[in-house]
Design a protein around this ligand. Structure first.
Ligand code: HEC
Length: 222
């Protein structure tokens, strides 16, 4: 045996002793060791995963419509309705300002102070019914009060008030427009409707500011 071969000899094993038969036996034994795929647990798991993956792939192809909303429509009638709806002409949104305002008058608690009949409470909360701040032709006054509030002494229908009306500028343009329209057209008031564009105009003009004083708004009555 050459020196080179001897260096590869595993210490303690005398290769000279291995017969053909013993080598074959050893190899057979090694082949019988469970290879990991042959383990039933691993095999079943892997198999299940492959099934899930294939199923998932088909399912996704079938039901994920790549942004096509029609994928949710399984019935022919649904699809017909949907197409019909798509083709319907669409105009600008029409707001029912009075209805919006009527609802907000309660939910925004205006009603708690100015009352359901718009008469307010003597000495505390001024009336909206017949109020010069509401009936006035130039609706920007009412809009300004709602957007930024009103504080300090004010005379409404000949009576003095000295309170604090919170700002409602956090509401959307169409909501302010609704409130202004509602109080301008209710309880015998018969003033014009106010739209969200009107409100946007006033909002853009005054920006966000402190509550008005009656004095600052005096020019409306001159
Ligand atoms: C907490 C009570 C309170 C609530 C809620 C309230 N207000 Fe007022 N409001 C007042 C007071 C007080 C004044 C007078 C402020 C002053 O004395 O400077 C006033 C003034 C006004 C004015 C101008 C004066 C007038 O009588 O015309 C209008 C318009 C008005 N409120 C509308 C509303 C609307 C619409 C709401 C609901 C979004 C509302 N208010 C919610 C208390 C309230």
């Amino acid at each position: 045996m050459s020196d080179e071969l001897q260096n590869h000899t595993i210490s303690g094993v005398d290769e000279g002793l291995a017969s053909d038969e013993s080598i074959l036996k050893t190899h057979t034994r090694i082949r019988r060791e469970p290879f990991f795929v042959a383990s039933p647990v691993l095999f079943t798991t892997a198999f299940a995963l492959i099934i899930v993956f294939i199923f998932g792939w088909f399912y996704q192809r079938r039901y994920m419509g790549e942004q096509n909303p029609q994928m949710y429509l399984h019935e022919r009638t649904d699809i017909a309705l949907y197409n019909d709806w798509l083709e319907r002409p669409r105009g600008p949104i029409v707001y029912d300002y009075y209805a919006i305002g009527e609802k907000l008058y309660t939910t925004m608690a205006c009603v708690g102070c100015h009352q359901a009949n718009g008469e307010g409470l003597p000495g505390q909360f001024p009336p909206l019914a017949g109020s010069e701040y509401v009936k006035i032709e130039d609706s920007t006054l009412t809009t300004k009060v709602l957007l930024s509030g009103l504080v300090g002494p004010v005379t409404v229908k000949g009576s003095e008030y000295n309170g604090n009306m919170a700002a409602y500028g956090g509401l959307k343009d169409q909501e302010i427009a609704g409130l202004v329209t509602f109080i301008r057209k209710n309880w015998g008031n018969e003033s014009s409707e106010v739209t969200k564009d009107d409100v946007a105009g006033v909002r853009g003009e005054i920006g966000s500011r402190d509550p008005w004083t009656a004095e600052e708004l005096n020019s409306y009555f001159q």
